[in-house]
Design a protein around this ligand. Structure first.
Ligand SMILES: Cc1ncc(COP(=O)(O)O)c(C=O)c1O
Length: 375
C-alpha cells in the first residue's frame, strides 16, 4: 500500500512574488546588507505592528541580543524571562553577562504569570522579556503596569506571534508595539519567514539609533571606520528582506489562512475527549503559529507515546519546550510546577501555511484514533 506523504510541522509557503523580489536582488547584485528591500521590510513590519521603527537582523536571537545590549544590560543585571519558552530568550540574556531569572507560567495562557513577577524582582532587575508563546500574547497590560511602577523596561519576544493582538485600554493593539521594544523571528517555521532573519521594533529614536549602531559593527554612520563602541555584524541581507517583504505584501492573507487552519483543528479536535485546545484569553486575539494542545490525564497515551503514534502515521509533531530552568546552563534547583506540567503534556501539531485541509483531516483522524480507549 502506498504510504501517504509525511506531514511536516511547519513548511513555509513561498510564492511568485518572493521569487520576483529575490531575482531582483540577484539581477541588481544587491545581495548583501545594503539594498532597498531591507528598509522597505523594516518599514512594512513596523507600520503593520504600529511601531515607529524596525531594525532588521540576521535572526531572532541576534535581535534579542542586540536590543538587550542597546538597553545597556550587562554583568550583574537580572532580566525576567518565562521558563517555558525557546532557549534563545534566555541565551540572549546570558550573552550580555546578565542573569536570566525565570518566572513560571500562567496556566490559562501558558505565558509568564504576571502574579509571580513581584516575587522574582530584586534590586538588580533591569527589565522583563515576556514571550507570546505559540502565538498567544502574554498579559502585557499587567506586565507593563508592574514594570512601570518599578522603572523597568519591557521587551516583547514576539518571535512566534506576528499579527497577534491584545486589548489595552479598550483598543486592540498588535504584538510588537506593546512595550519598550519587541523582537521578531523570521525562521523558516515562523508566520512570516525570511529563511533566517529577525527584527527589533521600537518607537524611541535614540534606542533605534543605538540598535543600528550596534548592529552595524558599532560604526558611526557619519564617519567611516570610526567605531565608538564594540559592535556586532547582526545585519539582514537584501535577499532575506526580499522574501520578508513579499510575505508582508500579503500578510493579511497569511494571517487569515493561519486562522483557518486553527479553526479547522478546533472543529476536528473539539469533540475528542482528553484534549485541551489552545487557549484564548478574553483580552487576546492569538494567532495560530503552531497549533498546540495539552493532553489530560484521561487521554490513553502520554505525550511521548502520542508523538510516536503520530510519527508511525507519517505525522510530525513537536513536544512543548523544555522549561529553561531544567537545562544545564540555567538549572539552579528552581521549581516551576506549571511550566513543568505544561511541558510534559503539550504537543504542537502540523500547522505551517503549506498544510492542506486533507492533511489537517488526517491529523485529526489520527488523534481521534489515539483517543479511543484500549479494547
Ligand atoms: C520565543 C522565541 N524567541 C526567540 C527565537 C529565536 O529566533 P531565531 O530562531 O530566528 O534566532 C525563537 C525561535 O526560533 C522563539 O521561538
Amino acid at each position: 500500500m502506498k504510504q501517504a506523504p509525511n506531514i511536516p510541522v511547519a513548511k513555509p509557503q513561498l510564492g511568485q512574488r518572493e521569487k520576483e523580489l529575490v531575482i531582483d536582488c540577484v539581477e541588481s547584485a544587491w545581495i548583501s546588507s545594503l539594498g532597498r528591500h531591507i528598509l522597505e521590510f523594516e518599514r512594512s513590519l513596523a507600520g503593520f505592528c504600529g511601531a515607529a521603527f524596525g531594525v532588521a537582523t540576521s535572526n531572532g536571537t541576534t535581535a534579542l541580543h542586540l536590543v538587550l545590549e542597546a538597553l545597556g544590560v550587562g554583568p550583574g543585571d537580572e532580566v525576567l524571562v518565562p521558563s517555558l519558552t525557546f532557549v534563545a530568550t534566555a541565551a540572549a540574556v546570558a550573552y550580555t553577562g546578565a542573569t536570566p531569572v525565570f518566572v513560571d507560567s500562567d496556566p490559562q495562557t501558558y505565558n509568564m504569570d504576571p502574579a509571580l513577577i513581584e516575587a522574582a524582582l530584586t534590586p538588580n532587575t533591569k527589565g522583563i522579556v515576556p514571550v507570546h508563546l505559540y502565538g498567544h500574547p502574554a498579559d502585557m497590560a499587567a506586565i507593563n503596569q508592574i514594570a512601570e511602577a518599578r522603572g523597568l523596561w519591557v521587551v516583547e519576544d514576539a518571535a512566534e506571534a506576528h499579527g497577534a493582538e491584545v486589548m489595552i485600554n479598550g483598543q486592540w493593539r498588535k504584538a510588537g508595539s506593546l512595550a519598550t521594544a519587541a523582537v521578531f523571528s523570521f525562521y523558516g517555521n515562523k508566520i512570516i519567514t525570511t529563511g533566517e532573519g529577525g527584527m527589533v521594533l521600537a518607537s524611541d529614536e535614540e534606542l533605534t539609533k543605538n540598535l543600528r549602531l550596534l548592529r552595524d559593527h558599532g560604526m558611526d554612520p557619519e564617519r567611516p571606520y570610526w567605531h565608538p563602541v564594540v559592535g556586532y555584524n547582526y545585519r539582514m541581507t537584501n535577499l532575506q528582506a526580499a522574501i520578508g517583504l513579499a510575505q508582508m505584501e500579503r500578510v493579511a492573507d497569511i494571517l487569515e489562512h493561519k486562522a483557518t487552519i486553527g479553526r479547522q483543528y478546533d472543529q476536528g479536535l473539539g469533540d475528542i475527549p482528553g484534549l485541551i485546545l489552545p487557549p484564548r484569553a478574553a483580552w487576546a486575539r492569538p494567532v495560530c503559529w503552531l497549533y498546540s494542545v495539552l493532553l489530560e490525564p484521561e487521554f490513553p497515551l502520554n505525550r511521548n507515546q502520542l508523538r510516536v503514534f503520530l510519527a508511525e502515521r507519517g505525522i510530525d509533531s513537536r513536544p512543548f519546550f523544555t522549561p529553561l530552568h531544567k537545562l544545564p546552563p540555567y538549572a539552579a534547583g528552581q521549581e516551576m510546577p506549571v511550566a513543568e506540567d505544561l511541558a510534559v503534556r503539550g504537543i504542537s501539531l502540523p500547522s505551517g501555511p503549506a498544510i492542506t485541509p486533507s492533511e489537517i483531516g488526517r491529523v485529526c483522524e489520527a488523534l481521534a484514533e489515539a483517543a479511543e480507549p484500549a479494547p
